[in-house]
Design a binder for this molecule. Structure first.
Ligand code: 13P
Ligand code: SF4
Length: 394
């Protein structure tokens, strides 16, 4: 029997923190000397470095970040709010992003030239963003051009995508969206074209098209970038209203409809609230669907004694349970865990990043080249110009 050495795919997973792949979001070794995680002075060191930097630094923290770093955030939010906040602090010389790579890229695009964006660990990427490369998206667009339907198709990309893909949507008359404004973005796109190419999260695209805009499941097709012409026939592509990219979140993709049945059986009367990155089947069984900001607001406003099963990332669910001891808050599925890349940003990396800034070095700066930044900004500005978040997703 002959043995063939397995060949890595272009998006093969690297061991986090080992090696690097400049074309993807993951796997970059930290270039500096990290403090030991066991250092008892880490909290005091982070506080001292932040105080020494004063107004020169502004720290943005996504809701999925660990408590140990969220404690030092000047503002916390979902990806929409953090994009707005990045743009709203021109006084800060340094924006330190407690989040993942695509968020830091968007912050660099939305901030002024004198501001520098720092991601404390470059291995904090996003597996969903890695499911769509710009080459694959351009290939897909060429197929639509070949069929004569590109001119009636508006591309919408979820914030969770590379700057190059945001720039692609900007160049082709499209917009960015987040989980808090996907309905508005999709409606905006249908005012401008007959079809939407939705990148890269098929679940957010399907949930929004079917549940919010009233399209049918049959109006949606899934384009598989690893198959010739997406694995779809010309008729399927011509007939679709929404062409969904075959991407998903590896955390939210793990919740199943059975998790919902099981928790309802275990805790009678419990309400289920999930993020729209969950599958259509899961979202259809939930009581409330919304972005991280909406999940937080719903639970804060819920009556004492109410019980909630939450289908989103574990750091946020744990924090909600701690903040609302008067409510019963459980995780929708006990086998689903943290987002491993969000969790890369820990206290040693934050201390290292802040102390480097105090010492006059800018570590792990995230930059986007001017041409890409220009067109990505066009797409981001179209999103930011939409009327406020809709009731169903805010
Ligand atoms: P929001 O911050 O838009 O709720 O998205 C969640 C997410 O998965 C970010 O990576
Ligand atoms: Fe990406 Fe999902 Fe992690 Fe968000 S939670 S960073 S979408 S893998």
């Amino acid at each position: 029997m002959t043995f063939t050495e397995p060949q890595p795919t272009p998006l093969a997973l690297l061991l986090l923190g080992h090696g690097s792949d400049a074309n993807s979001e993951k796997g970059v070794t930290c270039p500096g000397d990290l403090p030991a995680p066991s250092d008892p002075d880490l909290v005091q060191r982070a506080a001292a470095a932040k105080a020494a930097l004063g107004d020169r630094v502004f720290i943005l923290g996504h809701h999925y970040q660990r408590d140990e770093v969220i404690e030092f955030a000047d503002v916390t939010g979902d990806s929409f709010k953090l994009a707005q906040q990045a743009a709203a602090h021109p006084e800060a010389e340094f924006i330190v992003f407690e989040g993942v790579h695509f968020m830091a890229e968007s912050a660099d695009i939305l901030t002024a030239d004198h501001q520098q964006v720092v991601l404390p660990d470059l291995a904090a990427g996003c597996s969903m963003a890695d499911m769509a490369s710009i080459g694959q998206v351009e290939e897909c667009w060429a197929v639509l051009e070949d069929l004569g339907i590109a001119n009636v198709t508006v591309p919408i990309t979820y914030m969770n995508s590379t700057a190059a893909i945001k720039a692609f949507t900007g160049r082709h008359g499209g917009s960015v969206c987040t989980s808090s404004n996907a309905e508005r973005s999709l409606a905006w796109a249908f005012e401008r074209g007959e079809k939407v190419l939705f990148l890269p999260d098929q679940h957010l695209g399907r949930n929004t098209a079917v549940r919010d805009l009233g399209l049918s499941l049959a109006d949606c097709v899934v384009y598989n970038p690893r198959r010739p012409r997406g694995g779809l026939t010309d008729e399927q592509l011509r007939g679709a209203r929404v062409i969904l990219w075959q991407g998903h979140c590896s955390v939210h993709g793990r919740f199943t409809p059975e998790c919902v049945d099981e928790v309802r059986e275990r805790v009678p009367g419990i309400r289920v609230i999930v993020h729209p990155e969950c599958s259509y089947e899961v979202v259809s069984k939930a009581d409330v669907v919304g972005s991280t900001e909406k999940i937080i607001a719903t639970i804060a406003a819920a009556e004492p004694g109410s019980a909630w099963a939450v289908g989103t990332e574990l750091n946020l669910v744990k924090r909600l349970a701690q903040q609302h001891p008067d409510k019963e808050i459980v995780y929708l599925d006990r086998t689903v865990c943290f987002c491993s890349t969000m969790n890369r940003i820990d206290l040693p990396h934050l201390v290292w990043a802040l102390e480097s800034l105090v010492d006059g070095t800018v570590p792990n700066r995230i930059t986007v080249d001017p041409e890409t930044a220009h067109w990505a900004r066009v797409a981001l500005d179209r999103m930011l110009a939409l009327p406020g978040p809709t009731a169903s997703r805010d």
